[in-house]
Design a protein around this ligand. Structure first.
Ligand code: GLA
Length: 392
């Protein structure tokens, strides 16, 4: 990855070329990887999650009028929109909808915004399950927060960004991505409680590195599969709530309760619910195992998580099977599983620190031999949550 100073110089030069002069402030928001807890967030469950050192920056300068001009260095496109008269979606430059959506939600909440000229630059890979969308939303909200003195705390900021994604962009995601990007802490994993919107932090054992293994495969179906999984979970929870006092979501359900009520569900709903209930418990168990470097426990929990994702939640595609096979027999691996929403994209491994180069070599070669696809394998650090960037 390019050094920070080179990145700053590149953004600064592009800003000058685009708008003239220098940015007045810089913000950053990280991508994320989930270490355990697939699809538990919209079931008000737990996730073990980590902000990564792949970030989205916005370099900006306030304007005197109510115009937002926003441009992406990566995509070489941009657009201007007014903060007045109802913010509309853009069909021509769809990525600006993340910024538009955040502006609209903030204004609908009564926050007074001001315009800016902004340049976006990101090192979060796009469409690969590391939350590049959330990083852009959270960066935009962080910018408005600083520029307009909104005084939003990270949790409120994350909730409003999630609302922008749900209501403006039209993706019915949970809180995981935005929360991690907004509230992360350098060097730590977050044990996130998605019902109470709180978290605890835990250091990662110094021997263990978190390694992203990108299948570089994206299935178009994801668009419909995600809301379908969510609807199945909600149907399961509603059926249980009707007969069990105190049940609101799958978070409140034990495996015993689920099994006792099995006849209420169709087979798919039962399998989805079973996975979520087990995955929630694995989140709590892995948090302890990771900081203690309990290797057998890490291996067992990650293997169970992947098996459940494949057999119960059905979010595994053949490329992920090939990747997990490559990861499991690579040097230094302690555990490996899916990440993000599934259906391709990135996966995650826990690897002995000194073995990371050999691990990467093995995974790349084995995955390419099996699929013909060139993957990307790289270690990530736990990065700080979103905030102002100190640029000299
Ligand atoms: C996507 C969504 C998140 C979460 C994960 C699966 O990243 O945006 O809210 O549901 O999938 O855990």
């Amino acid at each position: 990855m390019e050094a920070m100073s080179e990145r700053v110089a590149g953004v600064r030069a592009a800003f000058a070329a685009l708008y003239g002069g220098d940015p007045a402030l810089w913000v950053q928001a990280p991508g994320r990887v989930d270490l355990m807890g697939s699809h538990t967030d919209y079931n008000e469950g737990y996730v073990l999650t980590m902000p990564i050192d792949r970030t989205t920056w916005i370099a900006a300068r306030p304007r005197d009028d109510r115009q937002v001009r926003i441009h992406s260095l990566n995509l070489e496109s941009g657009e201007a929109f007014s903060l007045d008269g109802g913010i509309q979606r853009s069909a021509a430059v769809p990525w600006t909808n993340y910024v538009r959506g955040v502006a609209k939600v903030l204004q609908d909440e009564g926050y007074a915004l001001c315009g800016f000229d902004g340049l976006v630059h990101s090192t979060v890979p796009f469409s690969s399950g590391l939350s590049s969308s959330a990083a852009l939303e959270v960066a935009a909200a962080t910018l408005f927060n600083a520029l307009c003195g909104l005084d939003l705390d990270p949790v409120r900021l994350a909730v409003l960004c999630q609302r922008a994604e749900n209501t403006f962009v039209g993706v019915n995601c949970g809180i995981l991505d935005q929360y991690t990007s907004a509230a992360g802490r350098a060097g730590h994993v977050l044990l996130l409680d998605c019902r109470h919107l709180t978290h605890t932090v835990a250091p990662i054992h110094p021997d263990i590195r978190i390694v992203i293994c990108d299948t570089r495969y994206k299935r178009a179906l994801t668009g419909s599969e995600y809301p379908q999984r969510r609807a199945q979970c909600e149907a399961g929870a509603a059926a249980l709530a009707a007969i069990t006092p105190g049940v609101r979501t799958l978070r409140d359900v034990s495996l015993e309760q689920l099994d006792a009520a099995r006849s209420l569900f169709d087979e798919a709903v039962y399998r989805r619910a079973r996975f979520i209930i087990q995955e929630n418990q694995r989140v709590l168990d892995l948090a302890g195992a990771l900081s203690a470097k309990d290797v057998p426990c890490i291996a067992a929990l990650t293997a169970e998580s992947f098996a459940g994702a494949r057999d119960l939640y059905e979010i595994v595609v053949p490329q992920m099977e090939a990747m997990i096979a490559a990861m499991r027999c690579a040097p230094g691996v302690l555990g490996a599983r899916q990440a993000g929403a599934g259906f391709g994209g990135c996966m995650v491994a826990f690897v002995e620190r000194e073995c990371v180069p050999a691990f990467g070599e093995h995974v790349r070669a084995a995955y390419q031999a099996a699929t013909g696809i060139e993957s990307a394998v790289y270690a990530v650090e736990a990065a700080p949550g979103a905030g102002l960037l100190a640029v000299g």
